[in-house]
Design a protein around this ligand. Structure first.
Ligand code: MG
Length: 279
């Protein structure tokens, strides 16, 4: 890793604990600035579950997000690997922005975006999804999630001894697929994801959203997984980047100890960026 990639790091390398940072990592950048808060969902706002369908945003956190977003001054965006319709329904707050499929599809006030390379991939994803479903059916606990522009092979419930065989099957099927050059494999936490091979990621999605905003915004990005690193890289000089969970192998400048601190973090955002008093 080059030294300029390290961002704001503590003694011995690695990010600095967000709540121990001197004077607060955000306070120095405040005057006149608005908040553009980007949040990952699974593993960041909610604990990762064996069944992703069971991830539900707590009522408290929903209120905190609503309160932050309930202002024309600030923008809250949830950027997730889930589909746009899934993440929208799961969070269920109207006046925030959503990015699905790691930002391939974006929807918010005055913001509509679908990456042109993403639509072309739908039939390929569907075909490959069917082949994969057949081939992995013998692995207990493994399942394929088709997500319109991408697909995920989930193996959180697969026994450790079965995982290498499952991965070999996955790579064999993908390698033998006629259009595999149009796809790229992204590794996440107990998930292998097939995405369109286009230069787009959470970082570019965040920059696209920031580019649509008028005024001086401080971007803050919080995420826990490999796909969030692209956003940490894209925002490391212009914003505050926060990883959920301490790790030396991250480009984020700060970390929170776990998703359990997400609520405390959102509280601190409310203190740093209060909504304007309405008269
Ligand atoms: Mg995550």
């Amino acid at each position: 890793m080059k030294s300029e990639d390290r961002g704001h790091q503590g003694k011995g390398g690695g990010p600095v604990y967000f709540f121990s940072a001197k004077a607060g990592p955000v306070s120095g950048s405040l005057p006149g600035r608005r908040l553009a808060l980007f949040l990952d969902f699974d593993g960041t706002l909610v604990p990762i579950q064996k069944d992703p369908a069971k991830c539900v945003l707590s009522r408290q956190m929903k209120e905190q997000l609503r309160s932050l977003a309930d202002s024309d001054r600030h923008l809250v965006t949830i950027l997730s690997g889930r589909t746009l319709s899934d993440i929208k329904a799961r969070v269920g707050i109207r006046n925030i922005c959503y990015g699905g499929n790691h930002g391939l599809a974006i929807s918010g006030k005055d913001m509509r975006f679908i990456h042109s390379g993403a639509s072309a991939i739908i039939p390929i994803i569907n075909k490959l999804g069917r082949s994969l479903e057949k081939e992995i059916a013998c692995f207990d606990g493994a399942w394929v999630e088709r997500k319109k522009f991408s697909l995920s092979l989930h193996y959180r419930s697969v026994g450790n001894r079965e995982i290498p065989g499952l991965k070999r099957t996955f790579f064999r099927v993908v390698k033998g697929f006629p259009y595999n050059e149009k796809l790229t494999i992204v590794k996440g936490k107990k998930v292998l994801e097939l995405m369109p091979d286009i230069s787009w990621d959470k970082g570019r999605a965040a920059l696209w959203i920031l580019n649509k905003l008028r005024g001086r915004y401080l971007p803050i990005f919080v995420g826990d997984d490999i796909t969030d690193e692209a956003a940490f890289r894209a925002l490391k000089n212009s914003g505050v980047t926060i990883r959920i969970g301490k790790s030396k192998r991250t480009l984020a400048s700060y970390y929170l100890k776990g998703h359990r601190e997400a609520s405390r973090f959102l509280n601190s955002m409310q203190d740093y960026f209060p909504n304007e008093v309405r008269t």
